[in-house]
Design a protein around this ligand. Structure first.
Ligand code: MN
Ligand code: MN
Length: 403
């Protein structure tokens, strides 16, 4: 259909609809057949992505998917708990961080192991006892609960055990997109694949001591709930204060940004010294609020959505701009230096955690940048009078306040 003058179809770019040829359903009102979908459809999935089915007219296609979800990841379920993961193999652009979502029942054990990458984690439900060893061979045994973090450097051994009454659920971030929870060095595997006489010599006991060791690995298995933390620390030889803390109580830390729109808490090596290769930000957005337009100069952003619903547009050269919807359990990745915002589109809080493969958190706020330029220079770019520019936020807000 040819039509030149209808409001829904114009020959020159307009505010909010900048591209030629125009993209977006708003441009098809005079040609409704354009949006017909004749093939097989899945209405349940489509209903979760309103900003993909009917993208803002400011979107310009396309760029690699920056949405994935633990909700579509197969669960490996064993007696004692389960895990599901998103590695770079599953989620192509996620090359800096791989994620795992795991649950351990009360007493359930993720067996003693180590791996090639560092492991950062946030507790999302319940309680968990974590053990590890420092580079100098000193032990740590600690209990973590909802909102707490842990960090195990690459190669250092550790274990996790769910505590009562409801076990533990948590999300891990490995500092390498290729790391898998199925690619870890396991205590039982090594024992089973070492000659018995070598085990006997190593531990100074008879070979028969090892007659009943498991011949297949355990990975996750049920166990008895451990006793008191103090008793376990004493039995493991923990010396209070001898090692760098491997846990951080993020939920009890002070926000670095807070206003009527929400809050941002940061955990990186400046306040959580052990966390040398993963920096994190926990963002809470009230209904109607938004994580302001910004980017990160030092690393990709790996997001895990804990609660609520939102949308994010990612901007890159081209130009490319695409908007996608996120809900609890979803994962997003934003490339280093790509502009983005996250807007709460629901009627409850939107809560998500951002992780970065870096020792520190870094961002550039668009508003802060524009507020610290000669106003005439900004005005020359945007055709906005200097006196109006003066009403823009004067510094980094992090989150837009509720108006
Ligand atoms: Mn691990
Ligand atoms: Mn960000």
């Amino acid at each position: 259909m040819e039509s030149n003058d209808t409001p829904a179809h114009h020959e020159t770019p307009v505010f909010g609809d900048p591209d030629l040829p125009q993209e977006g359903e708003i441009n098809t009102a005079d040609d409704a057949a354009s949006t017909t979908m004749t093939g097989p459809q899945n209405p349940v999935i489509e209903s979760q992505f309103p900003n993909q089915m009917d993208a803002p007219a400011t979107d310009i296609s396309t760029q690699p998917f920056f949405w994935s979800s633990f909700n579509i990841s197969p669960r490996r379920v064993q007696r004692g708990g389960w895990a599901r993961e998103l590695t770079q193999q599953d989620f192509a652009i996620s090359d800096e961080i791989a994620g795992v979502n795991m649950y351990l029942e009360a007493g359930g054990i993720r067996e003693l192991h180590w791996h090639q990458t560092a492991e950062w984690a946030i507790m999302t439900r319940g309680k968990c006892r974590v053990t590890t060893l420092s580079r100098t061979g000193l032990p740590s045994v600690d209990d973590v609960e909802e909102g707490d973090l842990w960090f195990f450097p690459a190669g250092l051994p550790h274990s996790l055990q769910g505590l009562g009454p409801d076990g533990a659920e948590f999300v891990l971030a490995f500092d390498d997109g290729a790391q898998s929870e199925s690619n870890t060095l396991l205590l039982t595997d090594w024992f089973a694949h070492t000659p018995p006489e070598v085990l006997a010599k190593n531990f100074g006991v008879a070979q028969e001591v090892f007659a009943d060791i498991p011949l297949h690995n355990l990975w996750i298995f049920p166990g008895d709930e451990p006793g008191s933390l103090e008793a376990d620390q004493a039995a493991a030889g923990v010396t209070w204060g001898a090692t760098e803390a491997v846990i951080f109580r993020l939920s009890r830390s002070e926000p670095v940004r807070q206003n009527s729109g929400g809050s941002i808490k940061i955990a990186d090596s400046t306040n959580f010294p052990a966390s040398k290769t993963v920096a994190a930000a926990l963002t809470v957005l009230e209904p109607g609020s938004m994580r302001e337009l910004h980017w990160h100069p030092n690393a990709d952003e790996w997001q895990y959505y804990l609660k609520g619903q939102g949308r994010m547009t990612v901007f890159n050269t081209g130009p490319h701009a695409n908007t996608t919807d996120f809900r609890a359990g979803d994962v997003g990745v934003v490339g280093r230096n790509f502009g983005h915002y996250v807007e709460n589109t629901g009627d409850e809080q939107l809560i998500y955690i951002e992780t970065f493969k870096s020792d520190h958190y870094e961002e550039v706020s668009l508003a802060n940048w524009l507020a610290h330029l000669p106003p005439a220079l900004v005005s020359a770019h945007l055709n906005i009078p200097e006196e109006v520019l003066a009403s823009f936020p004067r510094d980094t807000q992090g989150i837009t306040p509720i108006r």
